[in-house]
Design a protein around this ligand. Structure first.
Ligand code: MOS
Length: 742
């Protein structure tokens, strides 16, 4: 079962509209609807807030502002990830960013709430502010740690001296813009109180985190908050944390003693949910004339906020990618009056590789070396900064396999030398890596009296395919057909998992599921050891094989249903668990990563500068693949994000107010089907024994890693123009295009 391209078990429910997303939870009694009114300034304070007109408006039940909100605690500061704290809302008259909630209007219908929210009249005193990263890069601070995991700086050898002495150099600044997760399902919450317990239906990647953060900020007991998130319409990091709509729905529902529903609008999501911070990345590569790196430097400055200490680990990805004896990586933040950054798909790795892998392409060009050859020359024998061995390290294989399948030999080394009519044709590639992580996770597997299996975990399926792969994993481990396994997720009453984030969900929850199934098997075998009625009595349990609903040892076998009927008439269950990676020796002694190589062909209109992606191929190594269909879907989705990073996506900030001006999907451009003509993802067969007993590593976010750089490098190969200010839009390309002859 594991490794089969099974179609999503929840697919029929989804296409029939029967998969219930949080806002669609109707079985809660008559709800009220909340609508958030946001600040129209970026920094200052509310001096007057007039709610009388809104309160008199049809259907309005209550208008909440900082003046009448019940008390909230400070967020849980022991949470290392600042952006994952539940920040109090409507607590103060001070405004730290555009769009920050200033009022919540609750009414009988959504339309009434929205109409009344427009009647809340706020007067502000505007204070001086910093909104622009480029003009404030002189005001940096050094973060303590990044994501609680990474050091802000790393230094090995003497980068400055080695770089100065290097015969061949790349010394460039790359900039990346504000980028947004923008999942299809907007951030929404339905809160329902029964007695002193609130149930919230909320789009969440990680239920246990959501609960503990809410509990801290609202001063509740853990037992008082139940979180349900059965289906999640995409997260990409934006649902790792808890946002204003959840806290507001819980508070409003308690105050009004009626269920309250709140959803953000698409426009509000640009301000109420964090983005990937804009960055300036200084990359220095120093090499000898053969292309061996002597110096590797990556210094990143990015937007930070007054709200949390979020800094992406953008320079961390280069710490393990290439060998170089002298290295230095740094992260600095610039506090702006802009919403705090949050994790956006492959935090750090995605924007970091955009810069590093562009720089490697520049170095290959300077050396007149093939870009793949350059990367192979700089393969590290062990992790170049941690000094520990890698587990499976198959980057070269990804590049070679990709080159063969993509037809890399078609590429001309001289840029702007291949043309088809008005189209300049170019090929680019990029390497990629991403750390593999493990988080504490438990799963319970139960066999009912008919020997049907039920898998329970508070793990989530954010569109990734968790329901499907856990069905496969449990079916294989218990020797049952798929239709005798049911997976139930997304309920905080179920055993706690590390949720969906950091690409760790599939490996975590599958490993825990297999362990639960083994514990279940052991219980069944123990029960028949001395059972005179069992043909398995006295046989060696270590030889047991579970298949076709039976346990067999040698030639003897017995149906699961019979064992259960005699020994566990009410059914039997077992829990499987795995700890956080810090408690696993293999994660300290080994650097465990997944790898990829991306290839892109682009065509650039020599007259207009229009860039069209022609084809794209990614080759990936992430250990064992549970389901190639759901895995491929993740990867081509990630690659599509990469195309957006290279060519389209860019949040544009109004320098007068800190508002994102292009705050909808008509103006914040993401690739659509017409932009992605031919894309494929190849998965190498793998089994990384250091990761877990299933041999599986993180995969979801690997697709975006490096994908944008492959496109950018193809644009350079097509045109000879190197754009280092992402995205590569045509006004940046046009001035450098080869002159047209009449
Ligand atoms: Mo991911 S950005 O850790 O959900």
């Amino acid at each position: 079962m594991i490794g089969q391209p099974i179609s999503r078990v929840d697919g029929p429910l989804k296409v029939a509209g029967q998969a219930t997303y949080s806002y669609e939870e109707w079985g809660v009694g008559q709800p009220l609807y909340g609508f958030i009114a946001g600040a129209t300034i970026g920094h200052g304070r509310i001096t007057r807030i007039e709610t009388a007109r809104a309160e008199r408006s049809a259907g309005v039940r209550r208008v909440f502002t900082h003046r009448n909100m019940p008390p909230q605690h400070d967020p849980d500061m022991s949470v290392a990830w600042g952006h994952l704290r539940a920040l109090p809302v409507l607590k103060r008259p001070e405004i730290q960013m555009y769009g920050e909630p200033v009022a919540l209007v609750v009414a009988s219908t959504l339309e009434q709430a929205r109409a009344a929210a427009a009647l809340v009249d706020v007067t502000y005193e505007i204070e001086e502010a910093r909104y622009d990263l480029a003009s404030n890069v002189g005001h940096t601070f050094t973060p303590e740690r990044l994501q609680g995991l990474f050091e802000a700086d790393s230094v090995i050898g003497d980068l400055d001296a080695a770089f100065a002495a290097a015969p061949v150099k790349v010394d460039q600044l790359y900039t990346t813009p504000y980028v947004f997760s923008q999942p299809m399902e907007p951030h929404s919450c339905v809160a329902v109180w029964k007695g002193d317990v609130v149930t919230i239906f909320v789009g969440s990647q990680t239920l246990a985190w959501a609960r503990s953060r809410i509990v801290a900020t609202l001063g509740l007991e853990p037992r008082q908050v139940k979180v349900i998130s059965r289906y999640v319409g995409g997260g990409f990091g934006s649902k790792l944390g808890v946002h204003a709509e959840a806290l507001l729905a819980i508070i409003a529902a308690r105050e009004l003693q009626q269920p309250v529903k709140i959803s953000m609008t698409r426009q509000q999501m640009f301000h109420l949910v964090g983005h990937r911070p804009a960055s300036q990345q200084h990359v220095r590569l120093g090499a000898d004339r053969d292309g061996r790196l002597i110096a590797f430097g990556h210094d990143v400055i990015m937007q930070a906020s007054y709200e949390s200490d979020y800094i992406e680990q953008t320079a961390s990805v280069g710490r393990g990618l290439y060998a170089a004896p002298n290295r230095k990586t740094t992260h600095r933040g610039v506090k702006l009056h802009v919403k705090a950054g949050e994790d956006v798909r492959a935090p750090g790795d995605a924007p970091g590789l955009l810069a590093i892998e562009s720089a490697m392409d520049e170095l290959a060009h300077t050396l007149d070396l093939d870009p793949i050859e350059l990367r192979i020359k700089n393969e590290p024998a062990q992790h170049p900064e941690l000094g520990v061995p890698f587990s499976d390290h198959r980057l070269v294989e990804c590049m070679r396999e990709g080159a063969r399948r993509f037809g890399w030999e078609r590429r001309h080394r001289v840029p702007a030398s291949v043309r088809d009519g008005q189209w300049l044709i170019g090929y680019g590639m990029s390497a990629a890596t991403r750390g593999h992580y493990q988080g504490a996770t438990s799963v319970r597997v139960q066999l009912d009296p008919s020997a049907n299996a039920i898998v329970h975990s508070d793990m989530t399926d954010i569109g990734t395919g968790t329901y499907t792969i856990l069905t496969q994993v449990a079916a294989e481990a218990l020797g049952l057909p798929l239709d005798r396994v049911r997976v139930e997720l997304g309920d905080s009453d179920f055993p706690e998992s590390a949720g969906s984030g950091g690409s760790w969900g599939a490996a975590n929850s599958s490993t825990a599921t297999v362990r639960a199934c083994r514990a279940l098997r052991d219980k069944l075998l123990a029960s028949v050891q001395d059972d005179a009625r069992s043909p398995l009595r006295g046989l060696d349990p270590s030889q047991a094989v579970l298949a076709d609903g039976r346990i067999a040892i040698g030639d003897a076998s017995e149906a699961l249903t019979e064992i259960i009927a005699r020994h566990f008439p009410a059914g039997v269950d077992a829990i499987g668990s795995l700890p956080m990676m810090f408690d696993e020796p293999s994660y300290k002694e080994t650097s465990i990563n997944s790898y990829a190589a991306h290839f892109a062909e682009v065509r650039v209109d020599a007259v207009t500068g229009e860039i069209r992606l022609h084809s794209m191929l990614g080759v990936f190594e992430a250990g064992r693949i549970f389901n190639p269909k759901t895995a491929r879907s993740q990867l081509i989705g990630g690659m599509t994000f990469g195309v957006g990073n290279a060519l389209l996506e860019e949040g544009l900030l109004d320098p007068r107010s800190g508002a994102f001006m292009n705050r909808d999907l008509a103006q914040y451009l993401v690739p659509v089907h017409a932009d992605i003509p031919a894309i494929d993802a190849i998965l190498l067969d793998g089994f990384d024994a250091k990761a877990n007993e299933l041999g599986a590593k993180g995969l979801g976010e690997l697709g975006i890693c490096g994908a944008g750089a492959a496109v950018a490098n193809a644009v350079f190969n097509a045109t000879g123009v190197r754009v280092r200010d992402f995205p590569i839009t045509l006004e940046k390309l046009l001035p450098g295009l080869p002159r047209q002859t009449a």
